[in-house]
Design a protein. Structure first.
Length: 403
């Protein structure tokens, strides 16, 4: 099978996912075309050099619906002969787009893809698509469905993480993200979002709160306690599935959970022949990809079995991995991952994560993979692993190796 390489990776800044956020006036389509046009210009992608655009976005409704990927291709400067497909693996959609493109090339279906994703959470609110996973009682009751925040608190309770543990990780995420921006560590990958007149709307992640400390986080109320212990009583639902746990300890709040933001990211993927034809140097080889399903009540444990699977499939050991990107959907996810593999936090999310910078659902997987590549180059390291937990009980992972 063909070897597959990453040739380029770009992302927009993350804008606050509210009506007063800088990117609220920018549609998911415009964010997507920003990425596609930048990849085209940076790599001189003319004509039908690209086989397909695989684009993740989670809330596929309204202006984010109707195969946004194909719409973005037609709205961009890419050739109309390039098709496009939108995919949804919830929070891992952007990474799954990369993994799908990788395996298409390995199997001989073309030699270049653009893969990534987008989410405009300020314009198309999360869960506004009304999917059956959360609203159909014939499913939710039989599968002990609870909101993700309850699942995150269940993980914290089951694996012994306190609120202080979670808040310490959140403070460190903010500190690392601030240092990364101050040291221009994202400069290779960030592309500014501009308006129709070419004026810059946003060029910096605006969700970061560098003054965050333990005292400020300590003043915040646990976000999921009321819906867990009061009405509608989701704690009781979760404990029916996990009767060995007496009571859920609610530790998560807005400060130690991922932020709601807008953003897009894309990665240019190809085989060796593609790079030679265009005179492009590969930056990394995609060593392995994987996806798993997990128990849907606790829901967010996917990074652990996904990492076990991808290491087994690739013949690698955890000690072979120099750096990890583990999406900070909630603090307990990263804490669980580090506990499971006995990994020092110095190797995980070294430039901060979604707690500090936000989690634009369909884009995050591609964003963290690009960040991982940039950091491997900055530190002159070799091997990196990116992984995300996924709603309804799934996980995804990708291993890359610098070349």
């Amino acid at each position: 099978m063909k070897e597959v390489f990453i040739y380029d990776a770009v992302r927009t800044p993350r804008g606050k996912g509210r009506k007063d956020g800088s990117l609220h006036e920018v549609t998911a389509l415009a964010l997507s075309t920003t990425i596609l046009n930048n990849l085209r210009e940076r790599n001189d992608l003319d004509g039908n050099a690209v086989e397909d655009v695989i684009w993740g976005n989670v809330t596929q409704i309204g202006e984010q619906g109707a195969c946004l990927a194909r719409t973005a291709v037609l709205a961009s400067e890419l050739d109309e002969s390039i098709p496009g497909i939108s995919i949804n693996r919830f929070c891992a959609s952007g990474l799954e787009a990369v993994n799908l493109a990788t395996n298409q090339i390995r199997g001989g279906a073309g030699n270049c893809y653009i893969a990534g994703g987008v989410e405009s959470m300020s314009r198309v609110p999360m869960s506004s698509d009304g999917g059956a996973v959360a609203v159909d009682p014939s499913f939710t009751m039989n599968n002990y469905f609870v909101p993700q925040g309850i699942s995150a608190d269940l993980i914290a309770t089951k694996y012994g993480f306190s609120r202080d543990h979670a808040d310490e990780l959140a403070v460190e995420s903010q500190k690392r993200a601030n240092i990364a921006w101050n040291e221009s560590r994202f400069s290779r990958s960030i592309v500014p979002v501009k308006d129709v007149n070419g004026l810059t709307i946003l060029e910096h992640d605006e969700y970061i709160r560098p003054d965050t400390d333990m005292q400020k986080l300590g003043a915040l109320k646990a976000a999921f306690q009321d819906i867990g212990e009061g009405m509608p009583g989701f704690d009781k639902v979760a404990l029916m599935k996990y009767p060995e746990i007496d009571k859920i300890n609610h530790i998560h709040h807005a400060g130690n959970s991922s932020g709601i933001v807008d953003g897009a990211a894309g990665i240019l993927i190809g085989d060796q022949e593609f790079g030679k034809a265009l005179g492009l140097n590969p930056r990394a080889k995609i060593r392995a990809t994987c996806k798993v399903g997990t128990e849907p009540t606790i829901m967010l444990t996917g990074p652990v079995p996904a990492t076990n699977k991808i290491l087994s499939d690739s013949g690698l050991k955890v000690n072979d991995i120099d750096l990890f990107e583990v999406n900070e959907a909630f603090a307990s996810i990263v804490l669980m991952f580090e506990q499971a593999f006995k990994i020092n936090h110095d190797k995980v999310n070294v430039n901060g994560g979604s707690i500090a910078m936000g989690h634009p659902l369909g884009a995050t997987g591609a964003m963290i993979l690009g960040t991982l590549l940039d950091e491997l180059e900055r530190q002159d390291k070799t091997m990196g692993l990116a992984t995300l937990c996924v709603a309804s009980g799934m996980g995804a992972a990708t291993i890359i190796e610098r070349v």
